[in-house]
Design a protein around this ligand. Sequence first.
Ligand code: ZN
Length: 231
Amino acid sequence: MAKALVLFSGGQDSTTCLFYALHNYEQVWTMGFAYGQRHAIELDCRQNILAEIPRLFPQWAERLQDDVVCDLASLALLDQNALTSDAEIAVKDGQLPTTFVPARNLLFLAYAGAYAYRREIHTVLMGVSETDYSGYPDCRSQTIQSMEQSLSLALDSPMHIETPLMHLDKAATWQLALDLAGDKGLELLIAKSHTCYAGDHSHFHPWGYGCGQCPSCLLRQRGWEAFCRTR
Ligand code: ZN
Protein backbone atom coordinates (compact mmCIF):
# COMPACT_ATOMS: atom_id res chain seq x y z
CA MET A 1 0.00 0.00 0.00
CA ALA A 2 1.41 3.36 -1.00
CA LYS A 3 1.21 5.59 2.04
CA ALA A 4 1.78 9.33 2.40
CA LEU A 5 1.54 11.97 5.11
CA VAL A 6 0.60 15.51 4.03
CA LEU A 7 1.59 18.58 6.02
CA PHE A 8 -1.79 20.24 5.66
CA SER A 9 -2.30 23.79 6.90
CA GLY A 10 -5.58 24.59 5.15
CA GLY A 11 -3.95 27.02 2.70
CA GLN A 12 -4.02 26.92 -1.09
CA ASP A 13 -0.66 25.20 -1.47
CA SER A 14 -1.12 22.43 1.09
CA THR A 15 -4.68 21.78 -0.11
CA THR A 16 -3.30 21.32 -3.63
CA CYS A 17 -0.69 18.97 -2.14
CA LEU A 18 -3.50 17.04 -0.50
CA PHE A 19 -5.23 16.66 -3.89
CA TYR A 20 -1.90 15.47 -5.30
CA ALA A 21 -1.47 12.90 -2.53
CA LEU A 22 -5.04 11.61 -2.82
CA HIS A 23 -4.52 11.23 -6.57
CA ASN A 24 -1.22 9.38 -6.25
CA TYR A 25 -1.33 7.44 -2.96
CA GLU A 26 -3.69 4.80 -1.60
CA GLN A 27 -3.58 5.92 2.02
CA VAL A 28 -3.16 9.56 2.97
CA TRP A 29 -2.76 10.96 6.50
CA THR A 30 -2.83 14.67 7.30
CA MET A 31 -1.00 16.70 9.93
CA GLY A 32 -1.50 20.31 11.01
CA PHE A 33 0.09 22.60 13.58
CA ALA A 34 -1.19 25.12 16.09
CA TYR A 35 1.89 27.29 16.56
CA GLY A 36 0.31 30.49 17.79
CA GLN A 37 -0.21 31.71 14.24
CA ARG A 38 -2.06 34.98 13.84
CA HIS A 39 -4.13 33.32 11.09
CA ALA A 40 -5.33 30.48 13.35
CA ILE A 41 -8.53 30.58 11.29
CA GLU A 42 -6.66 28.23 8.95
CA LEU A 43 -7.08 25.47 11.56
CA ASP A 44 -10.86 25.70 11.15
CA CYS A 45 -10.51 25.89 7.37
CA ARG A 46 -8.47 22.68 7.22
CA GLN A 47 -11.18 20.82 9.17
CA ASN A 48 -13.83 22.13 6.79
CA ILE A 49 -11.82 21.01 3.77
CA LEU A 50 -11.24 17.55 5.23
CA ALA A 51 -14.96 17.23 5.95
CA GLU A 52 -15.85 18.18 2.36
CA ILE A 53 -13.45 15.87 0.55
CA PRO A 54 -15.36 12.57 0.93
CA ARG A 55 -18.56 14.26 -0.23
CA LEU A 56 -17.07 16.06 -3.23
CA PHE A 57 -14.59 13.34 -4.22
CA PRO A 58 -16.09 9.92 -3.38
CA GLN A 59 -13.22 8.27 -5.28
CA TRP A 60 -10.87 9.61 -2.59
CA ALA A 61 -13.03 8.92 0.47
CA GLU A 62 -11.42 5.56 1.30
CA ARG A 63 -7.94 6.97 0.86
CA LEU A 64 -8.24 9.67 3.50
CA GLN A 65 -6.90 8.42 6.84
CA ASP A 66 -6.52 10.09 10.23
CA ASP A 67 -5.82 13.77 10.80
CA VAL A 68 -3.72 15.08 13.68
CA VAL A 69 -3.10 18.64 14.88
CA CYS A 70 0.08 19.13 16.90
CA ASP A 71 0.34 21.80 19.58
CA LEU A 72 3.46 23.90 18.99
CA ALA A 73 2.23 26.93 20.90
CA SER A 74 5.64 27.49 22.48
CA LEU A 75 7.06 28.40 19.06
CA ALA A 76 5.39 31.79 19.44
CA LEU A 77 7.43 32.43 22.62
CA LEU A 78 10.76 32.08 20.85
CA ASP A 79 10.73 34.82 18.23
CA GLN A 80 8.92 38.07 17.44
CA ASN A 81 7.84 37.57 13.84
CA ALA A 82 4.76 38.79 12.00
CA LEU A 83 3.03 35.40 11.95
CA THR A 84 3.18 34.65 15.68
CA SER A 85 3.10 38.16 17.15
CA ASP A 86 1.61 41.52 16.22
CA ALA A 87 4.86 42.59 14.53
CA GLU A 88 4.27 44.46 11.29
CA ILE A 89 4.10 42.44 8.06
CA ALA A 90 6.96 44.01 6.12
CA VAL A 91 9.33 43.19 3.30
CA LYS A 92 12.57 45.19 3.31
CA ASP A 93 15.26 45.03 0.65
CA GLY A 94 18.02 42.58 1.44
CA GLN A 95 16.18 41.04 4.41
CA LEU A 96 13.84 38.14 4.86
CA PRO A 97 10.21 39.22 5.30
CA THR A 98 9.05 39.66 8.90
CA THR A 99 6.66 36.77 8.21
CA PHE A 100 9.56 34.31 8.25
CA VAL A 101 9.20 31.96 11.25
CA PRO A 102 12.70 30.64 11.96
CA ALA A 103 13.04 26.85 11.86
CA ARG A 104 9.28 26.32 11.57
CA ASN A 105 9.43 23.96 8.60
CA LEU A 106 12.22 21.94 10.21
CA LEU A 107 10.06 21.43 13.29
CA PHE A 108 7.09 20.47 11.14
CA LEU A 109 9.16 17.86 9.33
CA ALA A 110 10.59 16.46 12.56
CA TYR A 111 7.04 16.02 13.87
CA ALA A 112 6.09 14.38 10.58
CA GLY A 113 8.94 11.92 11.05
CA ALA A 114 7.79 11.15 14.59
CA TYR A 115 4.28 10.39 13.33
CA ALA A 116 5.29 8.49 10.20
CA TYR A 117 7.81 6.09 11.73
CA ARG A 118 5.62 3.40 13.35
CA ARG A 119 2.93 3.77 10.72
CA GLU A 120 5.58 2.79 8.17
CA ILE A 121 4.90 5.89 6.11
CA HIS A 122 7.96 6.76 4.06
CA THR A 123 6.67 9.75 2.12
CA VAL A 124 5.85 13.19 3.50
CA LEU A 125 4.30 15.78 1.18
CA MET A 126 4.80 19.47 1.73
CA GLY A 127 3.58 22.48 -0.27
CA VAL A 128 6.77 24.52 -0.24
CA SER A 129 7.89 26.36 -3.37
CA GLU A 130 11.07 28.22 -4.20
CA THR A 131 9.58 29.89 -7.27
CA ASP A 132 7.13 32.49 -6.07
CA TYR A 133 8.08 32.97 -2.46
CA SER A 134 9.97 35.64 -0.67
CA GLY A 135 13.19 33.69 -0.44
CA TYR A 136 12.29 31.74 2.68
CA PRO A 137 15.38 29.56 3.15
CA ASP A 138 13.37 26.69 4.64
CA CYS A 139 11.30 26.42 1.44
CA ARG A 140 14.34 25.80 -0.75
CA SER A 141 14.92 22.48 -2.40
CA GLN A 142 18.37 22.23 -0.80
CA THR A 143 16.94 22.59 2.72
CA ILE A 144 14.30 19.96 2.02
CA GLN A 145 16.86 17.51 0.61
CA SER A 146 19.04 18.03 3.66
CA MET A 147 16.08 17.40 5.97
CA GLU A 148 15.18 14.27 4.02
CA GLN A 149 18.67 12.96 4.64
CA SER A 150 18.59 13.95 8.33
CA LEU A 151 15.25 12.23 8.94
CA SER A 152 16.32 9.09 7.07
CA LEU A 153 19.48 8.90 9.18
CA ALA A 154 17.80 9.77 12.47
CA LEU A 155 15.02 7.21 11.97
CA ASP A 156 17.30 4.66 10.31
CA SER A 157 14.51 4.30 7.79
CA PRO A 158 14.12 5.91 4.36
CA MET A 159 12.07 9.10 4.39
CA HIS A 160 11.17 10.84 1.16
CA ILE A 161 9.94 14.44 1.24
CA GLU A 162 7.88 15.13 -1.87
CA THR A 163 7.34 18.77 -2.87
CA PRO A 164 5.09 18.86 -5.96
CA LEU A 165 4.89 22.66 -5.96
CA MET A 166 8.62 23.33 -5.60
CA HIS A 167 9.09 24.71 -9.12
CA LEU A 168 5.57 25.98 -9.78
CA ASP A 169 4.42 29.58 -9.58
CA LYS A 170 0.99 30.37 -8.12
CA ALA A 171 -0.73 30.32 -11.51
CA ALA A 172 0.66 26.85 -12.17
CA THR A 173 -0.47 25.78 -8.68
CA TRP A 174 -4.07 26.76 -9.52
CA GLN A 175 -3.69 24.80 -12.76
CA LEU A 176 -2.39 21.73 -10.93
CA ALA A 177 -5.40 21.82 -8.59
CA LEU A 178 -7.70 21.97 -11.62
CA ASP A 179 -5.89 19.06 -13.29
CA LEU A 180 -6.11 16.91 -10.15
CA ALA A 181 -9.50 17.84 -8.73
CA GLY A 182 -11.40 19.61 -11.52
CA ASP A 183 -13.76 22.52 -11.06
CA LYS A 184 -14.96 21.08 -7.74
CA GLY A 185 -11.38 21.28 -6.50
CA LEU A 186 -11.06 24.91 -7.55
CA GLU A 187 -14.38 25.75 -5.92
CA LEU A 188 -13.30 24.06 -2.70
CA LEU A 189 -10.01 25.97 -2.71
CA ILE A 190 -11.71 29.30 -3.28
CA ALA A 191 -14.51 28.76 -0.77
CA LYS A 192 -12.66 26.95 2.03
CA SER A 193 -8.88 27.40 1.95
CA HIS A 194 -7.15 30.21 3.80
CA THR A 195 -3.90 31.93 2.84
CA CYS A 196 -4.13 35.47 4.25
CA TYR A 197 -1.38 36.28 6.75
CA ALA A 198 -3.62 38.81 8.47
CA GLY A 199 -6.18 36.09 9.24
CA ASP A 200 -8.93 37.96 7.39
CA HIS A 201 -11.65 35.48 6.51
CA SER A 202 -14.48 37.99 6.05
CA HIS A 203 -13.68 39.66 2.70
CA PHE A 204 -14.45 37.45 -0.28
CA HIS A 205 -12.76 37.84 -3.69
CA PRO A 206 -12.88 35.78 -6.91
CA TRP A 207 -9.81 33.90 -5.60
CA GLY A 208 -11.12 33.37 -2.07
CA TYR A 209 -11.12 35.03 1.35
CA GLY A 210 -8.47 37.45 2.60
CA CYS A 211 -7.51 41.04 3.32
CA GLY A 212 -6.43 41.49 -0.30
CA GLN A 213 -3.37 43.47 0.76
CA CYS A 214 -0.86 41.29 2.58
CA PRO A 215 1.94 39.63 0.52
CA SER A 216 0.21 36.27 0.76
CA CYS A 217 -3.11 37.60 -0.56
CA LEU A 218 -1.36 39.48 -3.37
CA LEU A 219 0.51 36.36 -4.43
CA ARG A 220 -2.70 34.34 -4.45
CA GLN A 221 -4.60 37.05 -6.32
CA ARG A 222 -1.91 37.55 -8.99
CA GLY A 223 -1.59 33.83 -9.49
CA TRP A 224 -5.34 33.50 -9.88
CA GLU A 225 -5.47 36.32 -12.43
CA ALA A 226 -2.58 34.84 -14.43
CA PHE A 227 -4.26 31.42 -14.30
CA CYS A 228 -7.58 32.87 -15.51
CA ARG A 229 -5.85 34.51 -18.49
CA THR A 230 -4.66 31.08 -19.65
CA ARG A 231 -7.99 29.28 -19.31
ZN1 ZN B 1 -4.21 39.01 3.43
